[in-house]
Design a protein around this ligand. Structure first.
Ligand code: NAP
Length: 473
């Protein structure tokens, strides 16, 4: 038996695909608005309405595919006893959000399986969502920013795009998206359409502000596909004021964990009940997940990502006993210095444009970190086995890093954390001086490995296929 999705919803199709449920899509041939009006005239509840519309859709497709399973779905938003559909205009959405602000509403998510015109299975999930108290200004800003994305959505929101507008949710993520995948999967297993080992999808995301530029979804969704794991990795823009609340909210609806990027890395460490040692040393976290007891673990994988990539690129590299020059003293420098010292480096010479920041960083670590003035950095290049650029110099839109490498020892490794562009002046300069140049893209890929393993239960490889995929995006 095959499964036919009686819908033209790209959201539901994407969710089935991500959940590794095979299906074909056939839009139902019904006048949904008219049917909805007729059902409402009959005085039925919002829950019954969602179920009836799901049956209408599945029955319409069932007439075209005899002997097959047809999945019909519908979602109805109920607020104070009224049914809310898609907003008809920005002004209508403004009025709806102002009414729902600071109050709870219900999403009824219905799904039915119809075969040869008969309902074989049905399930209606009830999710209660509490919208924050939104000021008139916040409602206006929300509509300006999101209207084009939310105009086709009941209630006028896409939960996965702006979860921070919700204070609390009683329910789970896929029900909010419009399909109760776990319940559907169990039914499909019972009729042998899915294998018994099928598992509900898992979800993770990168949280930042802004976040549009992030390459992390490309990396994690590639690994999910490669390892045939059901799930999705999203990117979610979370404003700083709502970071901790949003993490709690997303864990509560079933997310497995998060990557965290600028400007939330410090807050990510603060909210954790169980920060890892390396995250505490660095003073920031970039990976969150739950332990077996439901406590939030915060880890920092930037340092280990840097080190793993350094060793993959220079297989003969041994940190033990080496002296290293680190340029820059920001968040990335803290992770790099911490990882190099943990791996056995003898000393780190640290230099930064703002000397005070370098001194503060050095004071976090043992006396093996010594700071030197930024304008004297050239003098130290010949004394070390590795030079790491952790500044943003050389990044697209930034000035190049000016440093004289002509006195370096042959075979010195020059690692640039910058990966856009891949080939910086610093790396060109290094190669011209018989040094080994390593770009920062590998660090970005390697730092993602521990998070993927914690959320999805499998340790992925960083290989050239992934590197090329990320470069092509
Ligand atoms: P950050 O905390 O903002 O630190 C920026 C660093 O760059 C500071 O040391 C700053 O010096 C220095 N800097 C900025 N403009 C400068 C200039 N005009 N002249 C001299 N120094 C300058 O940023 P971050 O998170 O550490 O990131 C730094 C770089 O590493 C970025 O390019 C980022 O993309 C890259 N990075 C790459 C990866 C990866 O996976 N490859 C991971 C993390 C970061 P002051 O203290 O004097 O301002």
């Amino acid at each position: 038996m095959k499964l036919f999705l009686a819908s033209s919803s790209v959201f539901r199709a994407n969710l089935l695909r991500r959940s590794l449920i095979p299906f074909e899509m056939v839009p139902p041939d019904i006048d949904e608005d008219r049917l909805k009006r007729d059902h409402l005239k009959a005085g039925i509840s919002s829950k019954e309405l969602s179920l009836k519309l799901a049956v209408d859709k599945a029955t319409s497709v069932s007439a075209q595919v005899s002997g097959e399973l047809c999945l019909g779905c519908d979602q109805v938003l109920e607020f104070q006893g009224e049914t809310f559909g898609k907003p008809s205009s920005p002004a209508n959405l403004e009025a709806t959000l102002k009414r729902m602000s600071g109050q709870s509403h219900i999403l009824h998510t219905a799904q039915v399986i119809v075969k040869d015109g008969k309902v074989l299975w049905s399930h209606v999930a009830r999710t209660k969502l509490f919208l924050r108290n939104l000021s008139d200004q916040a409602v206006g800003a929300y509509i300006d920013e999101n209207w084009s994305d939310v105009q086709g959505c009941a209630g006028g929101y896409l939960f996965e795009k702006t979860p921070h507008i919700f204070e609390k949710v009683e329910g789970n993520f896929t029900d909010i998206l419009g399909l109760s995948v776990s319940a559907l999967g169990e039914f499909l297993k019972s009729v042998n359409v899915l294998p018994t080992q099928w598992q509900p999808p898992k979800f993770a995301a990168v949280l930042g502000h802004p976040i549009a530029h992030s390459k992390s979804p490309t990396v994690h969704n590639h690994w999910l596909q490669k390892h045939n794991i059901g799930g999705e990795y999203l990117k979610i823009d979370v404003p700083p004021d709502h970071f901790s609340d949003t993490v709690t909210l997303l864990f509560s609806v079933g997310f497995s964990g998060f990557n965290v990027t600028i400007p939330h890395k410090h807050n990510a460490l603060q909210l954790s009940e169980r920060p890892s040692q390396r995250a505490q040393k660095i003073g920031a976290a970039n990976t969150l997940y739950l332990d077996g007891q439901g406590s939030v673990v915060a880890d920092n994988t930037d340092g280990v990502g840097f080190l793993d990539h350094l060793k993959q690129s220079c297989p003969s590299w041994k940190s033990a006993g080496q002296d290293v020059l680190v340029l820059g003293a920001g968040g990335a420098a803290r992770a790099v210095v911490s990882a190099l010292l943990d791996d056995g480096c003898r000393s780190v010479i640290l230099t930064n444009r703002t000397g005070e920041t370098a001194n503060t960083l050095a004071s976090r670590f043992a006396s093996s970190v010594k700071t030197v003035p930024w304008d004297k950095k050239d003098d130290y290049v010949g004394q070390v086995a590795l030079v790491v650029n952790t500044t943003s110099l050389g990044m697209t839109g930034m000035p190049e890093l000016n440093i004289d490498l002509s006195h370096c020892k042959p075979g010195t490794v020059f690692y640039d954390l910058v990966y856009a562009p891949l080939e910086t002046d610093f790396l060109r300069n290094a190669r011209q001086n018989q040094g080994i140049g390593v770009d920062g893209l590998g660090m970005l890929l390697h730092q993602a490995v521990p998070g993927f393993e914690a959320w999805f239960g499998c340790a992925p490889d960083v290989d050239d296929e992934l590197r090329q995929l990320v470069l092509a995006r």
